[in-house]
Write a protein that binds this ligand. Sequence first.
Ligand code: FES
Length: 154
Amino acid sequence: MLSQAAIKKIEEVQKKYPTKRSAVLPSLFIAQEEQGWVTKEAMAEIAKVLAIPPTQVYESATFYTMYNKKPVGKYHVQVCANLSCSLLGAEHVINYISKKLNIKTGETSSDKKFTLSTVECLGSCDTAPMLQLNDEYHENLTEEKIDKLLDSLD
Ligand code: FES
């Protein structure tokens, strides 16, 4: 269940758009910000608030990788695996992080600290290979940079 505060935010955000459907993406972010991921119940609530069919919310939530469809760890490590990043070593980055965290892509560590995911292009191709850690980009990755980044997290 979304909180009343989240529902109010969704009601407010929809006023910024010409159509209610245009407010789906920011509404999904509001739900994810509150719950850490987007549940099917949250999608249904968003549809209800926006007065649109639930399928329109569901199709957006499942199309975009930035919406978590299951719980994630405290730190969500999202490695871009698209073309530019692949050409510049994304597979090595993924394997390196996977080994370091002892989890496979799509998994969350048993202590719920880390989730490792691969995602589509994050629009930072000129600094490939790169990853997004929660809301922050980390670019031009090397093993040393990955070590420094992951070792700094408590
Ligand atoms: S391909 Fe990785 S950011 Fe574009």
